[in-house]
Ligand binder design. Sequence first.
Ligand code: UDX
Length: 429
Amino acid sequence: MGESGRRVAVFGAGYVGLVTGACFAELGHRVVVRDVVAEKIDALRRGDVPIYEPGLDDLLARNRDRLSFTIDVDEAIDGAEFVYVAVGTPPTYSGDADLSAVWTVIDELPRVDHRVVVCMKSTVPVGTGEKVRHRLDARGLEHVGYVSNPEFTAEGTAVRDFMEPDRIVVGAFEAADGDAAAALHGGIDAPVVRCDVASAEMIKLAANAALMTRISFINEIANVCEATGADVVRVAEGIGWDRRIGKNFLRAGIGFGGSCFPKDSLALKQLAASSGYHFQVLNAVIEVNELQKRRVIGKLKQLVGSLRGRRVALLGLAFKPNTDDTREAPAFVLAGRLLAEGADVVAWDPIASADGLHGVVQVATVEEALDGADAAVLVTEWPQLAEVDWSSVGARMRSRVLVDGRNMLDPEAMRAAGFTYDAIGRAAR
Ligand code: UDX
């Protein structure tokens, strides 16, 4: 695209902002990424990427000429045709989304004379666009456009998810703004869903809720499988072939975590409640997930008795593989519960850190984690764990007990390696 590239300012240099900025630069646009944290901007200017996201370093390096980083709002907005808002919207104590960072961006927007389209990437409650529109109008910025352009990128595959999405969603008040935001994605081959702003906001929340519902559903099926002697892995395969159901997001395990699902489920629950509706399915999805994280404790007690003074190895801390993100990670809840039961907790993870987990000893290798352990829990399905020679590392443990929280390992092979092996929804033999 080169010369025909548009000028894009991205507010927020977190996962979403950096991926958005790097991908738009890859599509040929000139991008300025703005963040309030000076150290982050300095690091990015030096070429250091402050987060772990596969492919992002390469993308940023390859598009250096089209990318710049600043803490200065005016510098970011200067000549920008699009202002992407990609700041955090963490939950407040009430479970509502905290929009203060979003409002700061809107209020700091300088009085531009030229046409600019504000594009919302951050996940916000339905109705936010309407409020932003009013606020812009009240500031005399009627000529500034607004669209909702939610992201559906998962950590670890964010670059691919952006460049090869299942769909692009653009919700606009004015058709011309929607056209412009859709055209910005030129070069990406995907259906574009055009709609009003509120619907675009709801699409994001509903997509996440649908995925979470599938996970809690299969986790409940797993729990019933355990009680009845069925195997959830076979069950998921058997229902997944049904085209109406599909195969994705039917992996039973110890529950979902991460920076989106837990936060967005609470936000949607609160949004519904504040609008006078009790969202029953979503409440159940959240509760099932909370209970699922704790079920492993019961399994361990069944296998080794009291956990007091027992050494338990947690294999994996990240909320899923290929990320160093531990936000809302099931491992943290598990560690807290184990410590409360009086266990000694040792943790291994190839990149995520146990920082903030007081009382947990982090070690560098799986072998060290298993040394003298009374039991191990496979928490995150890191590919490295499939390569472990379980029969030899098992010899380091005080007792060969493993609860596979992700149904990653082969039950027969583990039992042949001398393990008392239990998993999720696979009737223990
Ligand atoms: C998710 C959405 O996929 C993404 O579209 C949205 O923009 C942000 O939230 P992410 O949190 O990065 O992305 O991870 P994802 O791969 O979706 O996994 C979320 C959690 O669900 C993880 O803890 C994962 O282990 C768990 N999960 C996922 C399951 O337990 N079972 C499954 O079948 C799938």
